[in-house]
Design a protein around this ligand. Structure first.
Ligand code: NAG
Ligand code: NAG
Ligand code: NAG
Ligand code: NAG
Ligand code: NAG
Length: 798
């Protein structure tokens, strides 16, 4: 309604001047078409300042005109003019000025638009005059827009911008007649925070262009980011008119910083300057997060641009296909508008030829007249990305629809009639109470494909203000097929233009780590067998006899299996190796620990047995030892059997842990079973450690209990350190760590329990006598009877 009212008010302007005439000389519009109703346009034709570093020694290069917004506006007006449905019988015209991206020029141009070309106003002295235009479409960037909207705000001529997105322009008090078809950065800044948060980037750098667009957008971003727990390492700004020193300083900050993600709330012009500097200094490998101004900019999306900005992600204005626009744009020819500087300049730039001779100089490379826009491919004719043009199109239609509505509703005082009129209208654009449209964005990502650099549309975002507070929702409602998602086993290559097979990782026999572990496990097994051979050869010597040799041989056998079971962890996981891995490990280790437990109990019992009147040995004789070892092991066998029956481990592909490789591993099947197996080993070893600790001071044969205590200490230490290492080491190293723990604890047991005895057997045969053993026991103060008990104990070992 406000919009409607403003349009009405726009017909009448109160001038504050008492003498009504232009102070300056009004300029002629760049494009002009008369009609019953004239719509003004204000665009920056010379938007791109790239490559123009004036040396002041020769004529500056002509500025590049590549913008097609004015043409889009002319097209739209012509379309509406042709249409019989909107504003039938009324001819529309336009006046379009070039305002550059410059504040004073914008103000001058907009005043020329409303005042018209006549130097003198009405002959009466009331100074009341119709605005020469009904409404103004423009300006392109936020800062000139603010200047312009402030100037003509009191005149109540509605201004509809297609690109000025600064949230500051939503202030209804300051800019009562400002509307726009581009969403306010209020939404974009917040959407960017959500984006950064989505990727869990918590440490980011911030760069902005030093104007209203960048400053306002970035301040909202920073404010919201801090609330969301995102830290900003630095926040730098520069403007394209700054001396080079300033830009180099920003580059230096980027180089010195540790943030790998940079949020750039920048206008295209500034971004182009920054990109050139980044390229010169080889600053690559950063993740850029961009604002809508540059994220889809054609002049940045070049091969060089991809080197520094490749993979950039950001929000873009939603694009649309406007039928007939391309044909309209291709019609443009200098011969149609011989006096139009813009068309001439445009032609010369596009074809690199000259249309007119400079006075006194030879005409260089004259245009042949055969040039045709249909035969070349340049950003002007490429209408596939009509993001901003679409906003111009919508702005013109908004004016036309509102006007149509105004003229159709005869009974303007009847509220029901007015409401009916509004409902009739299929407004493509609707403005909220701040003059803003619903925020719709496309999330785009810079990628390469076969045809070169493209901006893939990754998702669509719709932002809504939920209430007057800053509640904000974004809705992702679709994914585009611009970019293909690589199949599960594939990931994109460095250039991101192909899917390549992921590396497959597992611990193999071929690699150094695998070979080392295999070597150690074979050495361990060989040493165990050698010890068994030594013990067997010396089976009649007191030291072997005194150390319950049956348990010793069983222990050596189980240790050999422990060493060998580590081999099942290496190689491509198969059904069998997965099932074997943890069960073989669980059973051999329980066998091993229960042998040691048996030995410890023997030491304890043997001591008790030496006490007068005690007959304990009867209760833990050889038979009982065998039975207990069997029972302990059987429990583990049962657990493992249940595990294999109910939920057996199986080979699996882990694609979650790393995006660039697939880890082949064994899925445990049942975690509970795995931890029960481990827990049971833990329980037995804890028991063993406790008993051997109690028995460590008891006099026995060759301080067996002391060595067992020590070996259990090593065993427990290895497995306790194994747990955090197991959890934190990624991929194949998890398996390597497990093998390492198996080998280390097996070696610990082997060395602590058997090395001292082997040493005596092989190198100190003089200590390997009954007499010596008796003496050492005697010196320990034990009852000599013990030996008898031990001897009896050993009787079954022979
Ligand atoms: C609009 O249509 C009228 C005739 O109906 C024509 O004279 C005028 O040039 C047209 N204006 C534009 C902008 O096409
Ligand atoms: C408007 O109508 C004229 C004449 O029928 C046609 O040449 C022109 O292409 C139309 N313009 C648009 C934008 O549809
Ligand atoms: C940038 O990298 C290219 C090739 O990698 C190298 O030739 C050039 O010297 C580098 N420039 C700078 C400024 O380091
Ligand atoms: C322009 O095109 C015509 C016809 O194709 C050709 O005869 C003529 O030589 C061309 N002129 C130039 C300067 O290339
Ligand atoms: C978005 O559209 C694509 C095809 O255009 C479709 O495959 C996909 O399921 C849609 N996604 C959602 C979230 O609607």
């Amino acid at each position: 309604m406000i919009f409607l009212g403003l349009l009405l008010a726009g017909f009448f302007i109160q001038s504050v001047e008492s003498v009504c005439k232009h102070l300056g000389k009004p300029e002629l519009p760049l494009f002009l078409k008369e009609g019953d109703i004239i719509i003004g346009g204000l665009f920056s034709f010379h938007g791109s300042f790239v490559g123009s570093n004036p040396t002041f020694e020769n004529r500056p290069e002509p500025l590049k005109c590549k913008r097609l917004f004015a043409q889009t506006m002319m097209f739209t007006i012509e379309e509406i003019n042709n249409s019989t449905e909107i504003l039938p019988g009324i001819s529309l015209g336009y006046k379009i000025y070039d305002a550059c991206a410059n504040i004073p020029r914008s103000i001058k141009a907009v005043l020329d638009l409303v005042n018209g070309q006549d130097n003198e106003f009405n002959s009466d002295m009331s100074c009341t005059k119709q605005s020469s235009v009904l409404s103004v479409i423009g300006q392109t960037s936020s800062s000139p827009m603010i200047g312009m909207a402030t100037t003509i705000g009191p005149l109540r001529v509605p201004v509809i911008s297609h690109l000025a997105s600064c949230a500051c322009l939503s202030n209804r008090k300051e800019f009562p007649s400002f509307f726009r078809t581009v969403p306010s950065d209020y939404y974009q800044s917040r959407a960017l925070v959500q984006l950064v948060k989505h990727f869990r980037w918590t440490w980011v750098g911030a760069i902005r262009s030093d104007d209203d667009y960048g400053n306002s957008g970035m301040s909202t971003f920073v404010h919201t980011a801090l609330q969301e727990g995102i830290c900003i390492e630095y926040s730098e700004s520069f403007s394209r008119t700054d001396p080079k020193k300033k830009i180099l300083k920003v580059i230096e900050v980027i180089k010195q910083s540790t943030a790998k993600v940079i949020v750039a709330f920048m206008a295209q012009g500034e971004m182009a300057i920054l990109m050139r500097e980044l390229l010169l200094q080889n600053i690559t490998g950063l993740q850029w997060v961009g604002s809508e101004s540059w994220i889809t900019a054609r002049n940045l999306a070049t091969d060089n641009g991809f080197k520094v900005l490749g993979g950039a992600i950001g929000f873009a204005i939603v694009s649309a296909v406007i039928p007939g626009l391309r044909e309209f744009l291709l019609q443009i020819h200098p011969s149609d508008k011989p006096d139009n500087m813009f068309v001439k300049e445009f032609w010369e730039i596009v074809f690199g030829c000259s249309l007119t001779a400079q006075i006194g100089a030879e005409i260089k490379n004259p245009c042949t007249g055969n040039e045709s826009l249909t035969e070349i491919n340049n950003p002007y004719t490429d209408v596939s990305e009509l993001r901003i043009s679409n906003n111009v199109y919508k702005a013109v239609y908004a004016v036309a629809h509102s006007l149509h509505n105004l003229l159709v509703c005869e009974d303007r005082n009847n509220p029901i009639s007015i409401k009916k009129c509004w409902n009739q209208i299929n407004l493509e654009v609707f403005f909220d109470e701040n003059g803003d449209p619903t925020a719709r964005y496309e999330l785009v990502n810079w990628q390469l494909n076969k045809n070169g650099l493209i901006n893939c549309i990754v998702a669509y975002f719709v932002g809504r203000k939920l209430d007057s507070a800053s509640h904000f929702t974004t809705v992702i409602y679709n994914y585009s097929t611009d970019c293909i998602k690589c199949p599960l086993d594939y990931w994109s290559n460095v250039k991101k233009d192909q899917c390549i097979l992921k590396n497959i990782e597992f611990l193999s026999y071929g690699e150094i780590l695998g070979m080392t572990l295999v070597t150690f496990s074979l050495i361990g097994a060989a040493v165990s067998v050698s010890v068994a051979v030594i013990f067997f050869s010396y089976r009649d010597t007191p030291i072997v006899k005194a150390n319950n040799s049956e348990l010793s041989f069983l222990l050596l056998f189980s240790l050999t299996l422990c060493f060998l079971c580590s081999l099942t962890f290496i190689g491509v996981p198969s059904d069998w190796s997965c099932m074997l891995r943890h069960t073989a490990f669980g059973i051999t280790f329980v066998l091993c620990i229960s042998c040691i437990l048996g030995k410890t109990v023997v030491v304890l019992v043997a001591f008790r047995a030496t006490l007068p009147g005690n007959n304990m040995m009867k209760w833990f004789g050889p038979t009982q030892q065998r039975i207990s070892v069997c029972c302990f092991t059987l429990i583990q066998v049962m657990i493992c059997t249940l595990w294999l029956i109910l939920s057996p481990p199986s080979p699996s592909k882990n694609i979650q842990s790393y995006k660039e490789k697939i880890i082949l591993e064994c899925d445990l099947g049942s975690k509970i079973a795995f931890y029960t197996v481990l827990g049971y080993i833990g329980l037995l070893s804890a028991m063993c450690f406790l008993l051997s600790f109690l028995a460590r001071k008891l006099p026995d044969n060759f301080n067996e209990a002391k060595y067992i205590t020590f070996s259990m200490l090593i065993f427990c230490a290895v497995w306790i350190t194994f747990i955090p290492a197991y959890i934190s080491s990624p991929g194949k190293y998890t398996v390597a760590v497990e093998i390492f723990a198996i080998l280390a604890s097996s070696f610990g047991l082997l060395l602590c329990i058997f090395a001292p005895k082997c040493y005596v057997i092989l190198f100190k045969p003089n200590k390997n006598t009954k007499k010596h053993l008796m003496r050492s026991r005697g010196s320990a103060g034990a009852n000599p009877n013990q030996y008898r008990a031990q001897g009896r104990n050993q009787s079954w070992a022979g």
